[in-house]
Design a protein around this ligand. Structure first.
Ligand code: DQA
Length: 145
């Protein structure tokens, strides 16, 4: 069965408590459950991980080669800064959908730049937690195409 890694970066473990006006009331475990359920409907196995540490996210991307068919990546603030994550994506070659719960383009200027977007297969931005389910659906379509 094809498998997808849902990888969340720093502060996303705080969902539910963190700025709920921006990020909503769902916790990360609610989102993880929704991702697994969406995957199950579509015949995809979904593994969900989170880390606050850049190097651990790099490790997760590196070890995804051969283990996963795609990565849904919400790198949080590292999106805007991390050349290391971008290089890991390029080194690994596993397609990545960059995801943001909030509309980063309607926020501060420093959130308008993404180091990851140029090497991503696609982006889902500003659609709330439902964006994760949409990203998994997008991978299901790509894998069946
Ligand atoms: C975020 C947007 C980032 O700018 C921010 O640093 C986050 C969350 C989002 O999901 O909207 O931590 O990636």
């Amino acid at each position: 069965m094809p498998s997808i890694l849902v990888l969340n970066g720093p502060n996303l473990n705080m969902l539910g408590k963190r700025e709920p006006g921006l990020y909503g009331a769902k916790t990360l475990s609610d989102i993880d459950e929704m991702c697994r359920a969406t995957g199950a409907q579509l015949g995809l196995e979904v593994d969900c991980r989170q880390s606050n540490h850049e190097g651990e996210l790099v490790d997760a991307i590196q070890t995804s080669a051969g283990a996963f068919d795609g990565i849904v990546l919400n790198a949080g603030a590292y999106t805007h800064t991390s050349i290391a994550l971008r290089d890991a994506i390029l080194a690994t070659g596993v397609p990545v959908i960059e995801l943001h719960i909030s509309n980063v383009y309607a926020r501060e200027d420093f959130r308008h730049e993404s180091k990851i977007a140029p090497v991503a297969a696609g982006l889902i931005v500003g659609l709330g937690p439902d964006g994760y389910a949409l990203a998994i659906r997008a991978f299901a379509q790509r894998l069946n195409a």
